[in-house]
Design a binder for this molecule. Structure first.
Ligand SMILES: Cc1cc2nc3c(=O)[nH]c(=O)nc-3n(C[C@H](O)[C@H](O)[C@H](O)COP(=O)(O)OP(=O)(O)OC[C@H]3O[C@@H](n4cnc5c(N)ncnc54)[C@H](O)[C@@H]3O)c2cc1C
Length: 407
């Protein structure tokens, strides 16, 4: 399909979600400018720990127009993911303005104004692709500022061998927490305590050698009333009774938690065996910290060398667009995957909803949804030509304004 309409879109974020949407737009003839705070594409993936692999099957790790590389087997390595995204960006026919941090988004007379540290941009459409894991979150435990040990977020895990010989307290056993535990299980920390309120829904990485995530489309087609018991049954059959190991069951099932609450299920690749072997031990949740001691909810005290807070992320979107009423009480967009918002025409989100097949597949779905909607709205494109730049120059599109920026 050929489109020549002068639609103008600013995409914020040059991760896989932003790049996929930019590509879908350029393929429809819609002009796009991408703003990226960092100096490179795929920056979050570059800074994740070096042993990380995708937990999704390779067949779901393709991006629109580019299949996932095959060299790593089923689960892509971190560095392969970075190369995959770099290659994707290199074939994109749209400018990426690196080192441009967006600081605010507001409605303009027509369309949107995007404020950055290097000057404003204006556009008919703004696509927010800044990532669901933008800001690491550590609870404000009383006394944590003065904790004598090391307190890090799971984002800063680094090379896991550095925990050899150390007493580790890992807080939270969601997706990032269990990934860290899977890696710790292959190393030699002196002690690993796992502080959790509820155990996650856990599935084995492989069943009889078959990578379970290969069936993600089948799971995606099932209603939660089947999925929730299916998660419990799979866990029980292939991993055993995790309650006996101290992991209490969340009142909601794994399907409901993913689809309704956006909480990804955990994949076991060694941590359950470590729990069974008593190398890892479940402890109550953290209450407070006192010098080198961590006091747990049951009043007991532990003295870890390192506390790893696998306590999740925030989107960091409130300061940018909290005033628009488009976020939920957790700061996540209410329309997370390219859905049209009649109250805020031209404002789009992608990369904020986990789905069974993973974020790559979700990025492709949202990209097509957003690009198709933008491409069929000529009225919004015409409006762009009437915007005034901050210094009252008449501008015709974002590229003109962007040209005023050095990036
Ligand atoms: C440890 C870990 C492991 C994961 N493993 C998997 C996995 O196996 N499979 C899977 O599908 N997903 C996984 N994820 C989820 C992962 O975040 C996504 O796969 C993917 O990175 C999302 O891409 P994105 O483009 O939406 O966001 P990101 O990759 O986070 O990219 C967002 C971009 O926006 C930029 N940006 C942010 N704020 C601004 C701003 N104000 N102005 C300008 N630019 C800005 C950032 O610099 C960044 O480049 C994992 C996440 C974590 C934390």
């Amino acid at each position: 399909m050929t489109h020549t309409n002068p639609h103008t879109t600013v995409v914020i974020g040059a991760g896989l979600s932003g790049l996929a949407t930019a590509r879908a737009l350029t393929e429809r003839g819609c002009p796009v400018t991408i703003l990226e705070a960092r100096a490179d594409v795929a920056q979050p993936w570059r800074s994740r720990h070096p042993a990380l692999r995708l937990n999704i099957h390779r067949k779901f790790a393709g991006l629109p127009g580019q299949a996932a590389p095959k060299g790593d087997g089923v689960y892509l390595r971190r560095d392969t993911v970075v190369e995959h995204i770099e290659r994707y960006a290199a074939t994109l026919d749209a400018p990426i303005h690196f080192g441009v941090t967006v600081t605010g988004i507001s409605r303009a007379a027509e369309g949107w104004r995007v404020d950055t540290e290097t000057g404003p941009y204006r556009a008919a459409n703004v696509v927010i692709a800044t990532g669901r894991d933008s800001s690491p979150h550590i609870p404000d435990w009383p006394g944590c500022q003065d904790f004598a040990g090391e307190l890090i977020h799971a984002r800063d895990l680094g090379d896991v061998s550095r925990f050899d010989g150390k007493r580790v307290l890992l807080v939270g056993a969601g997706n990032s927490g269990t990934d860290a535990l899977n890696h710790l299980a292959r190393h030699r920390p002196t002690e690993v305590l796992v502080s959790v309120r509820y155990g996650p829904a856990v599935v084995p990485q492989r069943i009889f050698g078959y990578p379970l995530h290969g069936l993600a489309r089948v799971f995606a087609a099932l209603p939660t009333w089947i999925l929730d018991p299916a998660f419990r049954l799979t866990e029980r059959l292939f991993l055993g009774n995790l309650r006996r190991l101290g992991l209490s069951t969340h009142p909601e099932g794994g399907g409901t938690r993913l689809l309704r609450d956006g909480v990804t299920f955990a994949i076991d690749d060694g941590f359950v065996a470590a729990l069974k072997a008593r190398r890892f031990r479940i402890v109550p949740r953290v209450d407070r910290m006192l010098g080198e001691t961590v006091i747990l909810a049951d009043g007991s005290a532990v003295t870890p060398d390192v506390v790893i807070a696998a306590t999740g992320y925030r989107t960091g979107l409130e300061p940018l667009l909290g005033h628009l009423g488009v976020l939920d009480d957790q700061g996540r967009p209410q329309r997370p995957m390219g859905e049209r918002d009649p109250s805020n025409p031209g404002l789009w989100f992608t990369g904020f909803k986990p789905i069974f097949t993973g974020y790559f597949d979700a990025a492709g779905l949202a990209a097509n949804r957003i690009a198709a909607a933008i491409a069929e709205e000529p009225g919004r494109a015409r409006a762009v030509g009437t915007f005034a730049a901050p210094d009252d120059r008449a501008v015709t599109d974002t590229t003109f304004l962007a040209g005023a920026n050095p990036h």
